[in-house]
Design a protein around this ligand. Structure first.
Ligand code: ADP
Length: 460
């Protein structure tokens, strides 16, 4: 039997893989996706964006019902049932897996196999699965192997949970911990800390540096931090020394300002980052990578024009929607004969920190402006109808414009509807809108989006 030949082989079946797979298959090409999970949609659905947001919305509703318990005529504030919340999360995941399976079955030309890919040479890979190994010849290769939880070499790290243990289908954590210690103040740690605090856990978050959400605009972070749920204690400049297990309890020992301190909790979440998953074979083939990921430019090509790396594995913008766009860029460039005809924009990608409340940003913000002058339009949620209805008066919409042209360069939102509003600002930005364009668009009342126009009008 001869070697199987495919036009495109995708290493992984997540957001960076399947959009390209479908685009190529629709153009009549033969595609094979390989993923150890044996299902489509990668870590986003398995343990990332979707399940964490299922928990978030439950926490957000609990928080709202608690705040409005009198108006709703509730005899007592609601007590969340975490096991039931997990069941809801699991159902959402199951539903989406079924939907993806249907999409796959309906598309001729794509096959999905459960297995792990190893690159043997520029046109040959080996798939290892339960039954053995098979070699495949591929005209093009899309490395879309994503990222995985990074576990640092802290003694006792094995006593901690990771986002995997919280959010995967049928997860390990099924009861609300009375106390939770979160190690890591990046977006995953901070989001989870805020959900559990809103659900009623006493949360302590330990951050290594002086700022949570390191790398994000300090101006935005300073607005968000005081709005995070009460019951969430944030300690910065903390150096975690070790984690000890004492029966069902965990003790975290850390250094702060030269002093040793410690805290006890029913659960510890380790959330100190994610690392790219570099498939075996990249190194020998001289595909360049470092700890951030495989090196690619906006065409997503590696040093081999027919080998692409999209999504978390290239570390450029480790977000699902960025992976989807990059996947399509790779497909377009393959269809263009590996001559780049499409490029990914790594800068103007909406990013939301889905804390309670959330913060979101896109494009240029003051910290990235490096001394360049920006014109700032601002709208405070304190004056917003919807914010008043929800009794969520904190936060703002801020837009940044180029002074000479009034062109929109970026913006942020802290507070209500941040995740939805940033998409609207992003659309305006990608269409090259100016403050004039935003100011003359009559957005709906009484929705928070009217604040975008009002922020623009604050300039005139
Ligand atoms: P992205 O959003 O960039 O697609 P994900 O992490 O969501 O990233 O998905 C990547 C998928 O690739 C995961 O399901 C992961 O298990 C899979 N994967 C990782 N390494 C390999 C490999 N060597 N062979 C096949 N699949 C892999």
């Amino acid at each position: 039997m001869g070697e199987t030949v495919v036009d495109l082989l995708c290493i992984g079946a997540g957001g960076a893989a399947y959009p390209a797979a479908f685009r190529m298959a629709r153009a009549g090409h033969k595609v094979l996706m390989v993923d150890p999970k044996g299902v489509m949609s990668g870590n986003c659905l398995y343990e990332g964006c979707v399940p964490s947001k299922a928990v978030r919305e439950m926490a957000s509703m609990t928080d709202a019902m608690r705040r409005f318990s009198t108006q709703l005529g509730l005899a007592a504030p609601p007590v969340p049932d975490y096991a039931a919340i997990v069941q809801h999360k699991d159902q959402v995941q199951a539903r989406r897996y079924a939907q993806h399976a249907q999409e796959l079955a309906a598309q001729p030309g794509i096959a999905l196999r459960k297995g792990v890919v190893r690159i043997l040479d520029p046109h040959t890979v080996q798939i290892d699965d339960d039954r053995g190994s098979e070699k495949i010849h591929c005209h093009h290769l899309l490395i879309a192997s994503g990222s995985d939880v990074f576990v640092p070499p802290i003694p006792g790290a094995e006593h901690c949970l990771t986002s995997h243990d919280l959010y995967k289908p049928n997860p390990a954590l099924r009861a609300l911990p009375k106390r939770l210690i979160v190690v890591g103040g990046g977006y995953i740690g901070l989001e989870t800390a805020s959900f559990f605090a809103a659900l009623g856990s006493q949360v302590t978050l330990l951050q290594k540096g002086e700022q949570i959400l390191n790398g994000m605009d300090p101006g935005m972070v300073a607005l968000l931090q005081p709005l995070l749920p009460a019951g969430m204690r944030i300690l910065t400049d903390v150096d975690v020394q070790r984690i000890e297990a004492q029966g069902a309890l965990r003790r975290v020992v850390w250094q702060r300002a030269g002093q040793e301190e410690s805290g006890e909790a029913e659960a510890v979440l380790l959330a100190v980052g994610r690392a790219p998953v570099i498939p075996e074979g990249c190194e020998v083939m001289g595909i360049e990578f470092d700890r951030h990921g495989i090196r690619v430019g906006p065409s997503l090509q590696t040093r081999y024009p027919h080998i692409y790396a999209a999504g978390d594995v290239n570390g450029r913008v480790p977000l699902f929607h960025a992976a989807v766009r990059q996947s399509l860029v790779a497909a377009h460039n393959i269809l263009g004969g590996n001559q780049p005809l499409d490029y990914a924009d790594f800068h103007n990608v909406p990013t939301t920190i889905f804390t309670l409340p959330a913060a979101a940003y896109i494009g240029m913000t003051p910290a990235k402006a490096e001394g360049r002058e920006l014109l700032v339009g601002r709208y405070d949620f304190a004056e917003d109808s919807r914010a008043q209805i929800l009794e969520r008066l904190e936060g703002e919409i801020r837009l940044f414009f180029e002074p000479s042209s009034l062109r929109l360069l970026g913006g942020w939102i802290v507070g209500i509807d941040a995740g939805a509003l940033i998409g609207q600002i992003g659309t305006a930005l990608s269409l090259g809108a100016t403050a004039y364009d935003l100011a003359r668009f009559a957005d709906q009342h009484p929705m928070s989006a009217e604040g975008i126009g009002k922020a623009a009008r604050s300039l005139f």
